[in-house]
Design a protein around this ligand. Structure first.
Ligand SMILES: [Zn+2]
Length: 87
């Protein structure tokens, strides 16, 4: 007993399980977006670590600058005025 008005098979709402109409971009019951749940692109593992070399480079530059500044402060203060003032 199949009618000619069978709705297209659509997976129910991934949030509340309500039946969805064809090409429904959001759930009519809870309003959850269905496009994001269905067509979520698989994240590329190699595309998520771009910040690691950047962080390393930034940290290295910061360490070099910090060391250079610290060295200059110590070298430019041979009399130990800063150390003396701290006492
Ligand atoms: Zn829903």
């Amino acid at each position: 007993m199949s009618s000619s008005l069978d709705p297209p098979i659509e997976p129910p709402c991934s949030v509340c399980g309500a039946p969805l109409t064809a090409n429904a971009s959001f759930c009519p019951e809870c309003g959850a977006s269905q496009r994001t749940y269905r067509a979520a692109p698989a994240p590329r593992s190699e595309g998520r670590r771009w910040w690691i070399p950047v962080a390393i480079a930034t940290g290295g530059v910061a360490a070099l600058l910090g060391g250079a500044l610290l060295g200059r402060v110590l070298i430019s203060d041979p009399d130990g005025d800063l150390a003396g003032a701290a006492r």
